[in-house]
Write a protein that binds this ligand. Structure first.
Ligand code: CTP
Ligand code: MG
Length: 244
Protein backbone atom coordinates (compact mmCIF):
# COMPACT_ATOMS: atom_id res chain seq x y z
CA UNK A 1 0.00 0.00 0.00
CA UNK A 2 2.79 2.34 0.99
CA UNK A 3 4.71 1.60 -2.22
CA UNK A 4 1.60 2.02 -4.30
CA UNK A 5 1.13 5.46 -2.78
CA UNK A 6 4.73 6.41 -3.56
CA UNK A 7 4.47 5.26 -7.18
CA UNK A 8 1.22 7.20 -7.56
CA UNK A 9 2.91 10.31 -6.17
CA UNK A 10 5.75 9.93 -8.69
CA UNK A 11 3.46 9.70 -11.69
CA UNK A 12 0.92 12.24 -10.41
CA UNK A 13 0.28 14.84 -13.08
CA UNK A 14 -0.28 18.50 -12.30
CA UNK A 15 -3.66 19.67 -13.59
CA UNK A 16 -4.46 23.38 -13.91
CA UNK A 17 -7.81 24.97 -14.67
CA UNK A 18 -8.23 28.36 -16.31
CA UNK A 19 -11.63 29.89 -15.57
CA UNK A 20 -12.45 32.84 -17.85
CA UNK A 21 -14.42 35.76 -16.49
CA UNK A 22 -12.96 38.79 -18.25
CA UNK A 23 -15.68 39.25 -20.86
CA UNK A 24 -18.00 42.24 -21.06
CA UNK A 25 -21.11 40.25 -22.01
CA UNK A 26 -22.17 42.59 -24.81
CA UNK A 27 -24.88 40.20 -26.12
CA UNK A 28 -26.39 40.04 -22.62
CA UNK A 29 -26.64 43.79 -22.37
CA UNK A 30 -26.97 44.02 -18.55
CA UNK A 31 -25.26 46.73 -16.43
CA UNK A 32 -23.36 43.98 -14.56
CA UNK A 33 -21.35 41.50 -16.68
CA UNK A 34 -23.25 38.19 -16.97
CA UNK A 35 -20.71 36.17 -14.94
CA UNK A 36 -21.55 38.32 -11.89
CA UNK A 37 -25.36 38.22 -12.21
CA UNK A 38 -26.99 36.35 -9.33
CA UNK A 39 -28.41 32.87 -9.75
CA UNK A 40 -30.28 32.01 -6.56
CA UNK A 41 -28.24 34.46 -4.44
CA UNK A 42 -24.83 33.47 -5.79
CA UNK A 43 -22.90 34.98 -8.72
CA UNK A 44 -22.93 32.85 -11.91
CA UNK A 45 -19.13 32.56 -11.64
CA UNK A 46 -19.36 30.96 -8.18
CA UNK A 47 -20.89 27.73 -9.54
CA UNK A 48 -18.06 26.78 -11.90
CA UNK A 49 -15.35 27.83 -9.42
CA UNK A 50 -16.99 25.61 -6.77
CA UNK A 51 -17.12 22.63 -9.16
CA UNK A 52 -13.41 23.01 -9.99
CA UNK A 53 -12.61 23.47 -6.28
CA UNK A 54 -14.27 20.13 -5.47
CA UNK A 55 -12.76 18.31 -8.48
CA UNK A 56 -9.33 16.70 -8.95
CA UNK A 57 -7.68 19.81 -10.44
CA UNK A 58 -4.66 21.07 -8.50
CA UNK A 59 -4.97 24.79 -9.13
CA UNK A 60 -7.37 27.34 -10.59
CA UNK A 61 -6.26 30.44 -12.48
CA UNK A 62 -9.10 32.92 -12.54
CA UNK A 63 -9.06 35.49 -15.35
CA UNK A 64 -11.05 38.64 -14.84
CA UNK A 65 -11.07 42.38 -15.52
CA UNK A 66 -8.77 44.67 -13.54
CA UNK A 67 -11.74 46.22 -11.74
CA UNK A 68 -13.34 42.90 -10.83
CA UNK A 69 -10.40 41.28 -9.03
CA UNK A 70 -11.41 42.65 -5.65
CA UNK A 71 -15.07 41.74 -6.18
CA UNK A 72 -14.07 38.14 -6.96
CA UNK A 73 -11.87 37.88 -3.88
CA UNK A 74 -14.37 39.46 -1.48
CA UNK A 75 -17.60 37.98 -2.82
CA UNK A 76 -16.65 34.55 -4.18
CA UNK A 77 -13.15 33.26 -3.39
CA UNK A 78 -12.97 34.18 0.33
CA UNK A 79 -16.58 33.65 1.49
CA UNK A 80 -16.98 30.32 -0.34
CA UNK A 81 -13.43 29.10 0.47
CA UNK A 82 -12.31 28.52 -3.12
CA UNK A 83 -8.84 27.60 -1.89
CA UNK A 84 -7.42 26.26 -5.18
CA UNK A 85 -7.30 29.71 -6.81
CA UNK A 86 -3.56 30.40 -6.98
CA UNK A 87 -3.71 33.46 -9.24
CA UNK A 88 -6.21 36.06 -10.37
CA UNK A 89 -4.97 37.22 -13.78
CA UNK A 90 -6.08 40.29 -15.73
CA UNK A 91 -7.72 39.32 -19.01
CA UNK A 92 -7.45 40.93 -22.43
CA UNK A 93 -9.66 42.36 -25.17
CA UNK A 94 -10.69 39.09 -26.81
CA UNK A 95 -11.31 35.70 -25.22
CA UNK A 96 -8.10 34.39 -26.80
CA UNK A 97 -6.13 37.28 -25.23
CA UNK A 98 -7.49 36.26 -21.81
CA UNK A 99 -6.57 32.59 -22.37
CA UNK A 100 -3.06 33.49 -23.52
CA UNK A 101 -2.46 35.71 -20.49
CA UNK A 102 -3.41 32.82 -18.20
CA UNK A 103 -1.30 30.27 -20.10
CA UNK A 104 1.73 32.55 -19.74
CA UNK A 105 1.20 32.84 -15.97
CA UNK A 106 1.24 29.08 -15.36
CA UNK A 107 4.72 28.19 -14.14
CA UNK A 108 4.61 24.46 -14.60
CA UNK A 109 1.77 22.12 -15.39
CA UNK A 110 1.07 18.89 -17.25
CA UNK A 111 -2.52 19.48 -18.39
CA UNK A 112 -4.82 22.47 -18.51
CA UNK A 113 -8.62 22.67 -18.60
CA UNK A 114 -9.97 25.92 -20.04
CA UNK A 115 -13.50 26.84 -18.96
CA UNK A 116 -15.95 29.69 -19.57
CA UNK A 117 -16.95 31.29 -16.27
CA UNK A 118 -20.33 31.91 -17.95
CA UNK A 119 -21.06 28.14 -17.86
CA UNK A 120 -22.25 27.55 -14.29
CA UNK A 121 -23.52 23.97 -14.69
CA UNK A 122 -20.26 22.13 -15.18
CA UNK A 123 -20.11 19.25 -12.70
CA UNK A 124 -17.34 17.64 -10.64
CA UNK A 125 -17.82 14.29 -12.45
CA UNK A 126 -17.51 15.88 -15.90
CA UNK A 127 -14.36 17.79 -14.86
CA UNK A 128 -12.79 14.60 -13.48
CA UNK A 129 -13.71 12.71 -16.65
CA UNK A 130 -12.10 15.45 -18.77
CA UNK A 131 -8.89 14.97 -16.75
CA UNK A 132 -8.92 11.22 -17.47
CA UNK A 133 -9.66 11.87 -21.16
CA UNK A 134 -6.96 14.50 -21.67
CA UNK A 135 -4.30 12.23 -20.18
CA UNK A 136 -5.32 9.68 -22.84
CA UNK A 137 -5.95 11.98 -25.84
CA UNK A 138 -3.75 15.10 -25.20
CA UNK A 139 -6.59 17.35 -26.45
CA UNK A 140 -10.32 17.00 -25.93
CA UNK A 141 -13.44 19.11 -26.06
CA UNK A 142 -16.78 18.66 -24.38
CA UNK A 143 -19.59 18.89 -26.95
CA UNK A 144 -23.18 17.92 -27.66
CA UNK A 145 -24.80 16.73 -30.91
CA UNK A 146 -26.52 19.67 -32.65
CA UNK A 147 -30.33 19.46 -32.39
CA UNK A 148 -31.25 22.01 -35.06
CA UNK A 149 -30.62 21.91 -38.80
CA UNK A 150 -27.75 24.35 -39.39
CA UNK A 151 -27.64 26.59 -42.47
CA UNK A 152 -24.62 28.30 -44.01
CA UNK A 153 -25.73 31.72 -45.26
CA UNK A 154 -24.13 34.25 -47.63
CA UNK A 155 -23.71 37.99 -47.02
CA UNK A 156 -27.20 38.64 -48.48
CA UNK A 157 -28.99 36.19 -46.15
CA UNK A 158 -29.44 33.36 -48.66
CA UNK A 159 -28.69 29.75 -47.78
CA UNK A 160 -25.61 28.37 -49.51
CA UNK A 161 -25.31 24.99 -47.78
CA UNK A 162 -26.90 22.65 -45.24
CA UNK A 163 -24.17 20.57 -43.57
CA UNK A 164 -25.07 16.99 -42.59
CA UNK A 165 -26.37 17.30 -39.02
CA UNK A 166 -24.93 13.91 -38.09
CA UNK A 167 -21.48 15.45 -38.39
CA UNK A 168 -22.20 18.59 -36.35
CA UNK A 169 -21.43 19.00 -32.66
CA UNK A 170 -21.78 22.13 -30.52
CA UNK A 171 -18.53 22.76 -28.65
CA UNK A 172 -18.71 23.57 -24.94
CA UNK A 173 -16.08 23.99 -22.26
CA UNK A 174 -14.04 22.71 -20.50
CA UNK A 175 -11.62 22.09 -23.33
CA UNK A 176 -8.59 20.22 -22.04
CA UNK A 177 -5.05 20.06 -23.42
CA UNK A 178 -1.50 18.99 -22.80
CA UNK A 179 -0.17 22.21 -21.27
CA UNK A 180 3.04 22.57 -23.32
CA UNK A 181 1.18 21.84 -26.56
CA UNK A 182 -1.64 24.35 -26.08
CA UNK A 183 0.92 26.97 -24.99
CA UNK A 184 2.90 26.27 -28.17
CA UNK A 185 -0.28 26.54 -30.29
CA UNK A 186 -1.17 29.91 -28.72
CA UNK A 187 2.41 31.18 -29.12
CA UNK A 188 2.34 30.37 -32.85
CA UNK A 189 -1.13 31.93 -33.18
CA UNK A 190 0.05 35.17 -31.52
CA UNK A 191 3.16 35.29 -33.74
CA UNK A 192 1.17 34.82 -36.94
CA UNK A 193 -2.12 36.55 -36.28
CA UNK A 194 -3.26 39.60 -38.24
CA UNK A 195 -6.28 40.50 -36.12
CA UNK A 196 -8.89 39.14 -38.55
CA UNK A 197 -9.07 35.62 -37.17
CA UNK A 198 -12.47 34.59 -35.85
CA UNK A 199 -11.08 32.42 -33.08
CA UNK A 200 -13.88 31.51 -30.67
CA UNK A 201 -12.49 28.50 -28.84
CA UNK A 202 -9.24 26.85 -27.84
CA UNK A 203 -9.66 23.71 -29.95
CA UNK A 204 -9.50 25.97 -33.04
CA UNK A 205 -6.14 27.36 -31.96
CA UNK A 206 -4.85 23.88 -31.15
CA UNK A 207 -6.13 22.29 -34.36
CA UNK A 208 -5.29 25.14 -36.74
CA UNK A 209 -1.80 25.98 -35.46
CA UNK A 210 -0.52 22.54 -34.41
CA UNK A 211 -2.49 20.37 -36.82
CA UNK A 212 -2.98 17.80 -34.08
CA UNK A 213 -6.23 15.85 -33.49
CA UNK A 214 -8.78 16.91 -30.89
CA UNK A 215 -11.17 14.33 -29.41
CA UNK A 216 -14.86 15.12 -28.85
CA UNK A 217 -16.25 14.09 -25.45
CA UNK A 218 -20.05 13.74 -25.26
CA UNK A 219 -21.32 16.43 -22.88
CA UNK A 220 -24.65 17.41 -21.31
CA UNK A 221 -27.17 19.87 -22.79
CA UNK A 222 -27.48 21.47 -19.34
CA UNK A 223 -23.93 22.87 -19.57
CA UNK A 224 -25.22 26.04 -21.24
CA UNK A 225 -23.26 29.25 -21.69
CA UNK A 226 -25.17 32.24 -20.44
CA UNK A 227 -25.11 34.50 -23.49
CA UNK A 228 -28.43 36.34 -23.97
CA UNK A 229 -31.10 37.48 -21.46
CA UNK A 230 -33.41 34.47 -21.86
CA UNK A 231 -30.55 32.20 -20.79
CA UNK A 232 -30.96 33.42 -17.18
CA UNK A 233 -34.50 31.99 -17.06
CA UNK A 234 -33.21 28.71 -18.48
CA UNK A 235 -30.34 28.77 -15.95
CA UNK A 236 -32.75 29.19 -13.04
CA UNK A 237 -34.81 26.27 -14.30
CA UNK A 238 -31.72 24.05 -14.64
CA UNK A 239 -30.55 25.03 -11.16
CA UNK A 240 -33.94 24.12 -9.68
CA UNK A 241 -33.83 20.77 -11.46
CA UNK A 242 -30.29 20.08 -10.17
CA UNK A 243 -31.16 21.04 -6.59
CA UNK A 244 -34.44 19.15 -6.20
N1 CTP B 1 -14.03 36.09 -21.85
C1 CTP B 1 -12.84 36.54 -21.30
N2 CTP B 1 -12.17 37.59 -21.90
C2 CTP B 1 -12.65 38.17 -23.00
C3 CTP B 1 -13.86 37.71 -23.58
C4 CTP B 1 -14.53 36.66 -22.98
O1 CTP B 1 -12.40 36.02 -20.28
N3 CTP B 1 -11.97 39.18 -23.54
C5 CTP B 1 -14.78 35.03 -21.18
C6 CTP B 1 -16.19 35.44 -20.77
O2 CTP B 1 -16.17 36.09 -19.50
C7 CTP B 1 -16.95 34.13 -20.78
C8 CTP B 1 -16.19 33.28 -21.80
O3 CTP B 1 -14.96 33.95 -22.06
O4 CTP B 1 -16.92 33.47 -19.53
C9 CTP B 1 -17.00 33.04 -23.07
O5 CTP B 1 -17.13 34.24 -23.80
P1 CTP B 1 -18.51 34.92 -24.23
O6 CTP B 1 -19.65 34.03 -23.92
O7 CTP B 1 -18.33 35.42 -25.61
O8 CTP B 1 -18.60 36.14 -23.17
P2 CTP B 1 -18.46 37.69 -23.46
O9 CTP B 1 -17.36 37.92 -24.42
O10 CTP B 1 -18.39 38.33 -22.13
O11 CTP B 1 -19.87 38.02 -24.11
P3 CTP B 1 -20.15 38.77 -25.51
O12 CTP B 1 -19.41 37.98 -26.56
O13 CTP B 1 -21.63 38.72 -25.66
O14 CTP B 1 -19.62 40.17 -25.34
MG1 MG C 1 -17.45 37.12 -26.42
Amino acid sequence: MKWKGMVFALIKKKISAIVLAAGKGSRMNTPVAKQYLLLQDKPVLYYSLKAFEDSNVDEIILVTGRDQKEYCLDNIIKPYHISKVTQVVEGGKERYDSVYQALLQIQHSDYVLIHDGARPFITIDVINNMITQVIQHKACVLATPVKETIKVVDAYGYITATPDRNMLWAAQTPQAFDYEMIKKAYTIFFEQRNGNEAVTDDAMVYGNYLGEPVKIIHGDYRNIKITTTEDMAVANAILNELLF
